[in-house]
Structure formats: structure tokens, C-alpha cells
Design a protein around this ligand. Structure first.
Ligand code: HEM
Ligand code: HEM
Length: 230
């Protein structure tokens, strides 16, 4: 790996970083709430994560340069070139970009399958009774299996990030504060203010709550009572 001697460049906007770390916390909460069978809380966290992800997908089309899919999803040639040189990149590196796409896809599938899942007691996803039995059955199995697959990929993703970090390509620092040391001649990417991303999240969340809020809130309040009674 190339030795870097330069001042740090701001490569990630706040939107990308907020999305990333809130996603980590929300996924942990989704797992724990399912373990505890707090499905009101589970759904509320899921709709929050879906809003963050939905807004991130839109940000991937219209947001800051390094947030755009066009900027970081590699062609075969870019991937080959990166694998041959492995130089630090002003954004997501082409190999981790493939993992990033897979992780986003799995989270989206996890959410969609949740909408068609039931616990066979009190909670039904809003699409459960609208789709054929074979599809809700498949979604239910996927909801459990897909999460395990997601955990497996997350383990590889974190190991890869640690490997880069320890070899001097400080990707974890970059995901936290947005800056990374890059070769002198690197042009700083064009970053946008992240308020628009947050607005998108809010609009999506209000839309989802407008659709499902009346089903989710009573269950969530019941969960809060069980949590307080602990
Ligand atoms: C539930 C766990 C996690 C998931 C689902 C996840 C998913 C993702 C996603 C989707 C991105 C792209 C962000 C964007 O462009 O908006 C990303 C980037 C990144 N994540 Fe994670 N992540 C997880 C946990 C972690 C943890 C624990 C670490 C560090 C210890 C980490 C380190 C990174 C780094 C360094 C990048 C940037 C990679 C690069 O620039 O090439 N991630 N992650
Ligand atoms: C990205 C979002 C989501 C994640 C990460 C997630 C994660 C999980 C996990 C780990 C389980 C436990 C699986 C098991 O071991 O049986 C579970 C169960 C469940 N989830 Fe989700 N979930 C998400 C979204 C949703 C949504 C949107 C709904 C409904 C609106 C939902 C409804 C359920 C139900 C009803 C169960 C119980 C299934 C059973 O008893 O077999 N989930 N979820």
C-alpha cells in the first residue's frame, strides 16, 4: 500500500456518516427487540431504518460526489486497477463498494420481507394478508435467514475495514469524522450540505407513519410498558 504524506481531505459528508452509524445502532435494536418480542418497537425501528436507507438511496443519485453510486460502484476495469494497486481512495474503495451494495440490498430485503411476516401471535406486517401464502411463507423464512446472512457479511465488512485501518488507509476514521489522509495531488471531492438528506429522511418517515402509524403506536406503547415493568 502506498505511503501517504499529506493533510487530510474531507471525503464523506454528514449524511453518509449519520446514515452509517445510525444504521448500525438500529440493526442492533432490531435484533434485540425481536429477541424480546417487542414488535411495536421492532416496527418503529424498522420504519426509521427504512427512511434512512430510502433517503440514502436518493442521496446516492443526487447527493455529494462520494455518496453517489455512479462515483463509487466500480466497473470491472476500475476493480482490476484497484486490485493491482490498492491505493487509498477519495471515497469508498471499489472492493468495499461491492460489499456496500450487498449490505444495502440485504437491509432492503430484510425490511421488505418484514412487511410480509407474522409472529403468529399479535403482529402482522402490513403486506402479510395481501400476498399469497407461498410468498409470506418465503418472506418469513428469509426474514430469519437473511438476517444471519447480513451478520456474516457485516463480519467480513468490519474485518476488511480494520485491515485497511491497521495498514494506514484510515477508512474507519474517515467514516467517523469524514476526513482521510490522501496523496498531495488528490482533488477534494465536492460535498453538499446534509440538511436535504435529513429532510428526505423526515419526509419518508412521516409517509411511513401516515401509512402504518395507527398500527404501530399502540403496540409500541404496550412495549414501553413492558420495558418499564422490567
Ligand atoms: C450493522 C453493521 C454495519 C453495516 C450494515 C454497515 C454497512 C455499511 C454501508 C452501507 C456503508 C456505505 C455507507 C454509505 O456510503 O452511505 C459502509 C461503509 C463503511 N463501513 Fe460499515 N457497516 C456496519 C458496521 C461497520 C462497523 C462496525 C465498522 C467499523 C468498525 C464499519 C466500517 C465502515 C467503513 C470504514 C466504511 C467505508 C468503507 C470505504 O470507504 O471503503 N462498518 N458500511
Ligand atoms: C431492516 C429491518 C428489519 C430487521 C433487521 C429485522 C430483523 C428481525 C430479526 C433478526 C428477527 C428475528 C428472526 C428470528 O430469529 O426468528 C425478526 C423477526 C420479526 N420481524 Fe423483523 N426486521 C426488520 C423489519 C421488520 C418489519 C418492517 C416488520 C413488520 C412490519 C418486521 C416484523 C417481524 C416479525 C413479525 C418477526 C417475528 C417473526 C417470527 O416470529 O417468526 N420486521 N426481525
Amino acid at each position: 500500500m502506498q505511503q501517504i504524506q499529506s493533510t487530510p481531505v474531507q471525503i464523506f459528508d454528514l449524511a453518509v456518516r449519520l446514515f452509517h452509524w445510525f444504521q448500525v445502532v438500529l440493526l442492533a435494536g432490531l435484533w434485540y427487540s425481536a429477541e424480546q418480542e417487542w414488535y411495536g418497537l421492532h416496527q418503529l425501528l424498522a420504519y426509521t431504518l427504512a427512511s434512512l436507507l430510502g433517503a440514502r438511496l436518493i442521496w446516492g443519485l443526487v447527493g455529494s460526489e462520494t455518496a453517489r453510486f455512479r462515483h463509487f460502484v466500480p466497473s470491472l476495469n476500475q476493480l482490476r486497477h484497484y486490485l493491482a494497486n490498492k491505493t487509498p481512495v477519495a471515497g469508498h474503495n471499489p472492493l468495499s463498494a461491492l460489499m456496500i451494495v450487498a449490505l444495502m440490498l440485504l437491509v432492503a430485503l430484510q425490511f421488505t420481507s418484514g412487511l410480509m411476516t407474522t409472529d403468529e401471535v399479535m403482529t402482522e406486517g402490513p403486506l402479510y394478508s395481501l400476498v399469497p401464502d407461498w410468498l409470506s411463507g418465503l418472506a418469513g423464512s428469509w426474514h430469519e435467514l437473511g438476517f444471519n446472512l447480513l451478520l456474516g457479511l457485516v463480519a467480513i465488512h468490519v474485518l476488511a475495514a480494520l485491515w485497511h485501518q491497521l495498514r494506514g488507509d484510515k477508512v474507519i476514521g474517515a467514516m467517523w469524522h469524514g476526513r482521510k489522509a490522501l496523496p498531495e495531488q488528490t482533488v477534494a471531492p465536492r460535498l453538499l450540505g446534509s440538511l436535504k438528506y435529513l429532510l428526505l429522511v423526515l419526509i419518508l418517515f412521516c409517509g411511513l407513519m401516515g401509512w402504518q402509524g395507527s398500527a404501530v403506536w399502540p403496540q409500541f406503547l404496550a412495549d414501553l410498558q413492558s420495558i418499564q415493568a422490567l
